[in-house]
Ligand binder design. Structure first.
Ligand code: SAH
Length: 249
């Protein structure tokens, strides 16, 4: 029969285990994806990608790192290119468009300084990969794609992967998504010649936007836009090369 000291010890141990379990839940969020990752043959490649391309180049935001370890990038590239999914470059996704290089996805995500309760707008859904990375971190992601076929395939892909916290719309993202505004953060993943004024007005006070600005087909600058007390500050960060932000006629 256990003595009362043994019972007390067991109770203390149980309390400690519960406390540890609770603490580990506070740190991050559960992935919105229901799928089990244990049988993922790309798991090791993905972990190596995050270590060698993301962390080694100075990305430190834990939410960004965890998200990129979780999202199955090979599901977002054409089926004949899955062996290249975790390599250090962009890949074609059809219709003359590309899925961005992993490092650029990591950098842009980190710059948004996201917290779980944020509402994020993406312009340029493409494959849906960047939207999935965002959806691992925040509760609500709104993403806009101008090419109808890409919008349809990416919406189906995100649904299949279980990303129920992403809404994808087929429209010209230059005008943002007024019905869902304002946004804590906005990310534009196509090159704009100027920062679209509708996006500035749909950014919350205290919010952040990252956008490649410059001549389409040439090198652009990745610009961080911040809104404080209604006024805008911009900072050019690094040269980047994105496909152009096109416009509906
Ligand atoms: N974020 C994407 C990659 C972006 S490629 C990913 O993770 O895969 C840029 C995308 O922006 C392309 O799919 C292109 O069709 C789209 N695009 C270009 N102009 C747009 C516009 N005005 N509104 C919405 N999407 C646009």
């Amino acid at each position: 029969m256990p003595t009362s000291t043994t019972v007390r010890k067991v109770n203390t141990l149980a309390a400690a285990v519960i406390a540890v379990l609770m603490l580990t839940r506070v740190g991050g969020r559960d992935s919105p994806r229901a799928e089990h990752r244990s049988q993922d043959p790309f798991h090791d490649k993905r972990i190596a990608m995050v270590r060698d391309q993301i962390e080694a180049r100075g990305i430190t935001d834990p939410a960004t790192i965890t998200a990129m370890r979780r999202v199955p990038r090979h599901e977002f590239v054409p089926s004949d290119r899955t062996d290249e999914a975790y390599q250090d470059h962009p890949l074609p996704i059809g219709y003359g468009q590309t899925i961005s290089q992993p490092y650029i996805v990591g950098l842009m995500t980190e710059l948004l300084q996201l917290t779980r309760v944020d509402r994020v707008l993406e312009v340029g859904s493409g494959s849906g990969y960047q939207a999935a990375v965002l959806a691992e971190i925040v509760d609500s992601v709104y993403t806009i794609e101008i090419i109808e076929d890409l919008a349809r395939t990416s919406r189906a892909r995100l649904k299949h992967l279980g990303y129920s916290n992403i809404q994808l719309r087929n429209a010209d993202g230059y005008y943002g998504w007024p019905d869902r505004a304002p946004f804590d953060a906005i990310i534009v993943t196509a090159a704009a010649e100027h920062i679209p004024p509708p996006l500035i007005s749909q950014l919350k006070d205290g919010g952040r936007m990252v956008i490649p600005v410059g001549h389409p087909f040439f090198v652009q600058n990745l610009v961080l836009v911040e809104k404080h007390d209604g006024s805008i500050s911009t900072r050019s960060l690094i040269p980047v090369r994105f496909v152009p932000l096109t416009r509906s006629q």
